[in-house]
Design a protein around this ligand. Structure first.
Ligand code: FES
Ligand code: FES
Length: 163
């Protein structure tokens, strides 16, 4: 089957590529654009390691064809790196609350947390657990991850105001 053109904006940079129709978005990001912060944990839409933001909403990029993302604005974990090394408040909170061990699930957790806090800036414990239920961690037991998201919420929304 012949290749199809895809135009995506990733972390603010526009890319025009020709891709195989069967190429998954996660492979476009990792293999074609070199953005290996987005991980592949299962390839079957279970683990959430491949989560990115597509037009502002979190999505498992192993469930999306690259061709389906044509015209989309995509954000990956690399989009949060600042040249001076400053971390995004959610990254900082994961660091301070020990929300990671091996780190494999962390980029996907952070992308999901970004989406969650953009829709619900002051989530309860249960809402955080619900929001992260599509992301699996095999190391931490989740308690520290939930604490990290709570800390990030407090940092990003000090008045506790709802959206
Ligand atoms: S690699 Fe996409 S959900 Fe696991
Ligand atoms: S920190 Fe190892 S899988 Fe989550």
């Amino acid at each position: 089957m012949s290749n199809v053109p895809v135009r995506v904006t990733v972390n603010g940079r526009e890319h025009e590529l020709e891709v195989e129709p069967r190429l998954l978005l996660v492979h476009l990001l990792r293999d074609r654009l070199g953005l290996t912060g987005t991980h592949v944990g299962c390839d079957t839409s279970n683990c959430g390691a491949c989560t990115v933001l597509i037009d502002g909403e979190s999505a498992k990029s192993c469930t999306v064809l690259a061709a389906q993302a044509d015209g989309a604005e995509i954000k990956t974990i690399e989009g949060y790196a600042e040249a001076n090394g400053k971390l995004h408040p959610i990254q900082q909170a994961f660091w301070e609350e020990h929300g990671l061990q091996c780190g494999f699930c962390t980029p996907g957790m952070i992308m999901t947390a970004v989406d969650l806090l953009s829709r619900n800036p002051d989530p309860t414990d249960d809402e955080i657990r619900d929001g992260l239920e599509g992301n699996l961690c095999r190391c931490t037991g989740y308690q520290n991850i939930v604490r990290a998201v709570q800390q990030a919420a407090a940092e990003m929304n000090p008045t506790g105001a709802q959206a």
